[in-house]
Design a binder for this molecule. Sequence first.
Ligand SMILES: Cc1cc2nc3c(=O)[nH]c(=O)nc-3n(C[C@H](O)[C@H](O)[C@H](O)COP(=O)(O)OP(=O)(O)OC[C@H]3O[C@@H](n4cnc5c(N)ncnc54)[C@H](O)[C@@H]3O)c2cc1C
Length: 296
Amino acid sequence: MQVPAPFEYRRASSVDEALTLLESLGEEARVIAGGHSLLPMMKLRLARPEYLIDINDLDDLDYLRVEGDELRVGALTRHRALLESELVGRYFPIVQDAERVIADPPVRNRGTIGGSLCQADPSEDLSAVCTALRAVAVVRGRAGVRAVPMAEFYRGPYETAVGAAEMLVEIRLLILPEAGSAYEKVERKAGDWAVAAAGVALALREGRIDRAGIGLAALGGSTVSMVRAEEALTGRQPTEETFAEAGRITAEDCDPVTDGRGTAAYKRHLAGELTVRALRRAAERAGAASRTARAA
Ligand SMILES: Cc1cc2nc3c(=O)[nH]c(=O)nc-3n(C[C@H](O)[C@H](O)[C@H](O)COP(=O)(O)OP(=O)(O)OC[C@H]3O[C@@H](n4cnc5c(N)ncnc54)[C@H](O)[C@@H]3O)c2cc1C
């Protein structure tokens, strides 16, 4: 039987209390949200926190709302809420593409977006999605709040910009007109971690790509955007030729490793192909969004 090392358990009743506990208990304290990444690591003794601070009572971190031109997502929002949200489906279909292939209902009922991003597993689907969407992570400590763009959020595998006495409290997604997004994943069996996955977000203007974001999962040491491929898309028309070039650059620039899920060469091939498929679908959705906007 896999049993975690001994730990003390605290249940926070407010964000302030959780932050005070994190500060006073020091580096050996860890926040627990859904527990679907942390508990397996503790059982395997890959993580041995001395204190667990349970944040599941912090209902004020569980929300999805539009403010100005942003969708704001509380860090404690569960996978299931993202999958079922009409707002998320309307503005960011990439999130629901990904949620449909993340694990299974028991994991989706408890796992949170905050836990997914803070786990910083290079295979984490929502990390790739938020990278493609150029999300902004709102991080809170006792000294105040800071906004961290996804490009600066990951410091390496399993390492983020969130400090020991800080918490991720919100994820902000910019709502753009004429925008479309999509996520493509290859997995060995339903609900498995990705062999490889690519997420794409496009915004069009006057028939050309005005802004492009690409985020990959399981194709490098951490989730990073594909800057060169994004630049190759920007200003171009959304054609098959443009997509093929972005796919070729993505395959060149990703950094997969050979493991039980496949060889590096196979994963590199998938990186290119999945990027092209996601681009096609994102462009179709962006076109549909602009037609709807014109008809309104
Ligand atoms: C069987 C199984 C299959 C899975 N398959 C997939 C899959 O296909 N794709 C995929 O992407 N994921 C998959 N997952 C992971 C799942 O999505 C987890 O829910 C998610 O990775 C972590 O979310 P959590 O809320 O459970 O985080 P937890 O396990 O509670 O925490 C994870 C880490 O984040 C930290 N943390 C949590 N919340 C915060 C916060 N607000 N601020 C600061 N730090 C925080 C914790 O301290 C911990 O270090 C799978 C998990 C399981 C068990």
